[in-house]
Design a protein around this ligand. Sequence first.
Ligand code: NAD
Length: 260
Amino acid sequence: MLKGKTAVVTGSTSGIGLAIAQAMAKEGANVLINGFGDAAAIEKERKSIETTFGVKAIYSPADMSKGSEIAEMIKTAEKTFGSVDILVNNAGIQHVAPIEEFPVEKWDAIIAINLSSAFHAIRTAIPGMKQRKWGRIINTASAHALVASPFKAAYVAAKHGIAGLTKTAALELATFGITVNAICPGYVWTPLVEKQIADTAKARGITEDEVKKNVMLLAQPTKEFVTVEDVAALAVFLASDAGKSINGSMQSIDGGWTAA
Ligand code: NAD
């Protein structure tokens, strides 16, 4: 389905991003993976994508809080593969605390990594996409791009910002064969979620088990975590030719959370 295309997936050494990179490679796309982690583990993952799916995979260590490194990452993919056809802005971090205790440096980091990074990647990828008259930009937003939860001020602000950037870019690029959409997952079982359980328990004064049952899955009517494979399949569909008329949309994949 994506043979001959190149996909850049930010924050793809773990969780949702890794699943998206694997799913795009499974459909035949060459991929650039990005993110932090153990160098040997990342290299193993990169090689495994190549051997499992018969595509080319490269790794960029670009820090998504640094505009210049993001631009360099896009240019590296273009130089290596000849194009960036699919851009998935997925890297993200979380911090859970009441606003008056929210560390200022955490606010700045979340806005930079979860929001501004997408602006830097999009602005660098657009000229090539426009020239080829084909492009797919997929932003991993969140149910928190549509609704809020307490103690996640920076994350909710950044994700609402991603919704605005998605819609604006979609309008600007609609006549160039480029679509821009956001995926809005509910709670997906990944390291990002696992890590926030302890902090949420502390902020709310409840046990970690209660956080899972009564905070996270309370919001999710299915009472089940979304899987990374579910999210990846949606990203592949948006990237496919069948997705060409879906533009500027917020794709909820949250077990019904935001229906309430
Ligand atoms: P994760 O922690 O498993 O993965 C995050 C990825 O981002 C990792 O590869 C990490 O190395 C990378 N990353 C973090 N900071 C970076 C930086 N400065 N530069 C480059 N890479 C960086 O998390 P995940 O749950 O897979 O989250 C992926 C995206 O999905 C995020 O944008 C997150 O907000 C969003 N999301 C997650 C959930 C969920 O429930 N897990 C729900 C909705 C939205």
